[in-house]
Design a protein around this ligand. Structure first.
Ligand SMILES: [Fe+2]
Ligand SMILES: [Fe+2]
Length: 192
């Protein structure tokens, strides 16, 4: 019995896990939503930090991360269009929630903004690692995209940690709350 290939995807190599079109669409939908959410978080942070802070290397780092998130989002935006994937219906919610999370953490200070990055990237690291494993040799375009962005997200987390994210007030609780919110957002975006 043959497995239906996802639209626009190259055929799977032998020995790869069987993923159907719906699985691939779900992956693209959630990644597109996640990169959009990440961009909104950074926009919320920068709106506050650029107004409140004096020039700072932390703010410069956040700007660089935001630029990378913009390229991540653009790549999934292209994939959603090329493959006619339905985007999540929750985009307006992620826009508002992401921006609010970014602004709220930035209002707590630069270290809290960086703690937000660590928490988000922890969840994304896990999410992308599982996706790469699940994809195996299926859909090399998607796999390579996810693998590249996975490396970028780990760099964001490492840089935020090196810049003192753990010194944020209430770090363990703050990070746990953000991780939980991200996991809920991922699970909802896969389905809705
Ligand atoms: Fe990203
Ligand atoms: Fe990131």
């Amino acid at each position: 019995m043959s497995v239906k290939q996802p639209r626009g995807a190259r055929p799977a190599l032998p020995g790869t896990p069987k993923l159907d079109e719906a699985d691939i669409e779900q992956m693209i939908r959630v990644d597109h939503a996640g990169e959009f959410g990440a961009l909104c978080i950074y926009e919320g942070q920068l709106a506050v930090l650029e107004r409140n802070s004096a020039a700072s290397t932390n703010v410069d780092a956040i700007k660089r991360m935001a630029e990378q998130e913009r390229t991540h989002f653009a790549a999934f935006e292209r994939m959603v269009k090329d493959r006619a994937v339905r985007p999540t219906a929750l985009e307006p919610l992620w826009h508002a929630a992401g921006y609010a999370l970014g602004a709220a953490t930035a209002l707590m200070g630069e270290k809290a903004a960086l703690a937000c990055t660590v928490a988000v990237e922890d969840v994304i690291d896990d999410h992308y690692a599982k996706q790469i494993e699940r994809l195996g040799n299926t859909d090399p375009e998607l796999r390579e995209t996810v693998a590249k962005f996975h490396r970028d997200e780990i760099e964001h987390r490492d840089e935020a940690l090196a810049r003192g994210a753990r010194e944020a007030p209430g770090y363990p609780l703050l990070a746990a709350a953000i991780r939980l919110s991200c996991r809920i957002a991922i699970s909802l975006s896969e389905r809705i």
